[in-house]
Design a protein around this ligand. Structure first.
Ligand code: PMP
Length: 343
């Protein structure tokens, strides 16, 4: 195994990690700092983060029939889910998808089954998935919706068939929900084995490290036995409550990002040799001319912009790069850098 690699972005325009590029206006920042004065750092935080959980419930209209489990980022929730499995359990996801499903499974010695997406559309290969579910009986299936790094929303019909066929849990990872017009939150009541996972990272709070998992109390009660008692620190609890009550700011920033996503996508579509894939998230995957991705990635970085080179992952990602949507001027710098590499 190799450790999860985070590139050094110092001095570069950072378009590699699906962060929100916008900070807070001075008045909001000042009132947040006022709120922090209530934190007593000598005491442990509320182990159940009750007030924050309440705020999350309200913001997402989560019905009382379902529980909410908080994690130190959704990364920690993935780890908790996987630690709950017996050593013989199998875990399934798509190839490509978010790498931590496989990384954490491997680190825990669990068998991991990757089912390739369909080339071109990056849609679920339903017959192969249903066959693999019957053969391997995975204890957990992770589906990122929209998917990272492809950016698409899988067909709801295919997802529903997978949930119906699965004996184990299906986790719909909605990390990019703020940028997509679709969610499985409203489907929880229909499927006992469905869990929906979200994060505040992509919304604009990546530094806080807060994710949440929503589902049936009987399942979350078991997962909660593995969670470390004070996994959500007091600064995160207080700041996230503050931020989620100032959600209009994030809604506005999300709209700016989505408008920019359209603009960047159109630019990419008009570039000779580039194939851009439609995205319902805050990033765009694109294919470069054959065997050129690594050189183009390096040349763009040379011009001061850091994006993500996915080509080394192989499979459907060969020749592919991924750019996160930034501020208009950052996106312009990226487009100009890419254009100059193709000339
Ligand atoms: N799920 C998906 C699909 C992601 O792309 C990411 C981050 N890249 C995460 C989960 C993890 O998010 P975090 O730990 O910041 O909540």
């Amino acid at each position: 195994m190799s450790a999860y690699h985070v590139a050094n972005a110092s001095g570069l325009i950072k378009l590699d990690a699906m962060e929100n590029p916008y900070t807070w206006p001075d008045d909001v920042r000042a009132s947040w700092l006022e709120t922090l004065k209530t934190c007593e750092l000598n005491r442990y935080p509320d182990p159940e983060a009750k007030l924050l959980t309440q705020t999350i419930r309200q913001r997402n209209n989560i019905p009382p029939a379902f529980d909410v489990l908080l994690g130190n980022g959704s990364d920690e929730l993935i780890q908790i889910l996987l630690m709950a499995l017996p050593p013989t359990a199998r875990v399934m996801s798509t190839q490509p998808s978010f790498v931590m499903y496989q990384q954490i499974s491997q680190s825990l010695g669990l068998s991991f089954i990757n089912i390739p997406l369909l080339p071109g559309s990056f849609e679920l290969d339903l017959p192969t998935m249903l066959g693999a579910i019957a053969d391997h009986q995975p204890a957990i299936i992770f589906l990122a919706y929209p998917n990272n790094p492809t950016g698409n929303l899988f067909s709801a019909e295919a997802i529903n068939k997978i949930i119906a066929a699965a004996n184990g849990l299906v986790v719909i990872d909605e990390a990019y929900a703020p940028f997509a017009d679709a969610s499985y939150m409203g489907e929880l009541a229909r499927h006992e084995n469905l869990l929906v996972m979200r994060t505040v990272s992509k919304l604009g709070l990546a530094g806080l490290r807060l994710g949440y998992l929503v589902g049936a109390p009987a399942i979350l009660e078991q997962l909660n036995k593995i969670r470390l008692p004070y996994n959500i620190n007091i600064l995160t609890q207080v700041t996230a409550r503050f931020a989620l009550t100032h959600h209009a700011l994030f809604d506005e920033q999300t709209q700016l990002i989505c408008a920019e996503r359209t603009r960047v996508y159109e630019h990419l579509c008009n570039m000779p040799g580039i194939t851009a894939y439609p995205s319902a998230a805050n990033f765009i995957l694109f294919k470069t001319p054959k065997d050129k991705a690594t050189d183009i990635f390096a040349a763009i970085r040379q011009r001061g912009v850091l994006i993500k080179n996915l080509s080394p992952q192989g499979g459907l990602l060969i020749d592919c790069l991924r750019v996160t949507i930034g501020k208009p001027e950052e996106n312009r710098a990226f487009i100009a850098a890419l254009k100059s590499c193709l000339d």
